[in-house]
Design a protein around this ligand. Structure first.
Ligand SMILES: Cc1cc2nc3c(=O)[nH]c(=O)nc-3n(C[C@H](O)[C@H](O)[C@H](O)COP(=O)(O)O)c2cc1C
Length: 371
């Protein structure tokens, strides 16, 4: 197993990576009520580093107090205390040769707890809130963001990135995937604006381009600034763009111009082949890779090593992100390399609560350590 491409080291962003594995961002509802990362979270993240992952991307972290927060007990990078709480996490992770990026996110219309939401247009999202994140019932109709809201939101991302840098992160990932605010700007059914932020792809992407530019202007050159995109949404898992590959290519052209350091292509369902291909051999990840030439992280069911091999071998991706398999067993890399069994993911680990202590409880109750 150790000879598998996913476990070979690589040089990306002029950094030596111990292998090509990345922990996918996973929200764990385990911060304090005021958005501080806890000691439990420090232990949780450092276990991925001990367990051999090359890069860790944190759960979605909110960036401002005006509507970015998604759920209660979500961590933040808005103020100094939150920054200091994350510093303990990054220091612990850096005891191993693993990089850690902060995922910066704005909930937009998909907040799990607030009725007072913001979005590109005043359109109620489909689906219902997630009880394991404290949500209940349908989403409310968001307020259409005016230019002041947009400006404040962009500043939140830039400040969040500066705080991430101060807290010792190696980089940030801007969350423009899975149906949250920045993805709402990219989705034709949700963005019906007729100003500079809606209409064609250049306009829909503008807010993301401005965020990337303002972050890059605020942090040192070697601080890594990536972008996460997807078609699927947490409230509409198998959503695909109506114009398919045309949209993918237009989006990739915009990404190329705004020059993030990586693009992370997510398939939340884990069904990479089913939910990410436009035609034989052409996935969203491969379109982005070919058009932009930027390192691509692919995600979605890649604990299946054959699948990961195809994605790396056929130039869909540079690195591979692992979600639920890492959540179940933070030592997945080391164990898999040695051909040892790892703790399997079980859906009860996130139900009825998606937090850290609940997952530990289920592992014990179901004796999954020995399975
Ligand atoms: C518990 C949980 C929380 C998640 N939270 C986030 C998140 O905060 N940000 C994000 O971009 N994706 C999030 N995701 C999606 C994952 O990053 C990933 O796309 C998904 O699990 C598919 O990858 P996998 O098949 O390797 O599990 C979450 C997934 C899970 C299971």
């Amino acid at each position: 197993m150790k000879h598998h491409l996913i476990f070979q080291n690589a040089v990306v962003w002029q950094r030596k990576l111990i292998n090509r594995t990345v922990v996918a961002p996973m929200s764990r509802v385990s911060a304090t009520a005021d958005g501080l990362a806890t000691d439990d979270m420090k232990d949780y993240y450092s276990e991925f580093a001990v367990g051999g992952f090359g890069v860790i991307i944190t759960e979605g972290i909110y960036t401002d107090v005006y509507g970015s927060k998604s759920y209660n007990n979500q961590p933040a990078l808005v103020n100094e205390a939150q920054c200091a709480s994350w510093e303990k996490v990054t220091r612990a992770v850096h005891e191993s040769p693993t990089l850690i990026f902060a995922q910066l996110m704005h909930a937009g219309a998909l907040s799990q707890f607030s009725e007072d939401t913001l979005a590109p247009s005043a359109l109620k999202p489909v689906g219902v809130k997630m009880p394991s994140y404290g949500g209940e019932g349908p989403f409310s109709i968001p307020k259409e963001m005016d230019l002041t809201d947009i400006e404040r939101m962009k500043q939140g991302f830039a400040c969040g990135a500066v705080n991430a840098y101060k807290a010792g992160f190696d980089g940030v990932e801007i969350h423009a995937a899975n149906g949250y605010l920045l993805d709402q700007f990219l989705t034709p059914e949700l963005n019906q604006r007729n100003d500079l932020y809606g209409g064609n792809m250049q306009n829909c992407f503008r807010v993301i381009a401005e965020i990337i530019a303002s972050i890059k202007a605020s942090v040192p050159k070697d601080f890594i600034v990536g972008l996460r995109i997807s078609e699927g949404k947490v409230n509409d898992l198998t959503y695909r763009w109506p114009q398919g590959i045309k949209t993918a290519k237009e989006l990739a052209e915009e990404i190329k111009t705004s020059k993030p350091d990586f693009v992370h292509v997510a398939v939340q369902t884990g069904e990479w082949e089913r939910d990410s291909f436009f035609a034989d051999g052409i996935s969203l990840a491969s379109v982005v890779r070919q058009v932009t030439g930027i390192p691509v992280i692919a995600n979605g069911g890649f604990h299946n090593l054959d699948k990961a091999e195809v994605a790396l071998q056929d130039n869909h991706a540079t690195l591979i992100a692992i979600g639920k398999a890492a959540l179940a067993d933070p030592h997945w890399v080391i164990k898999t390399m040695k051909g040892l069994p790892s703790i399997p993911f079980h859906r009860k680990m996130l139900w009825p609560e998606a937090n850290l202590s609940h997952t530990r409880k289920i592992i014990k109750e179901l004796h999954l350590e020995n399975s």
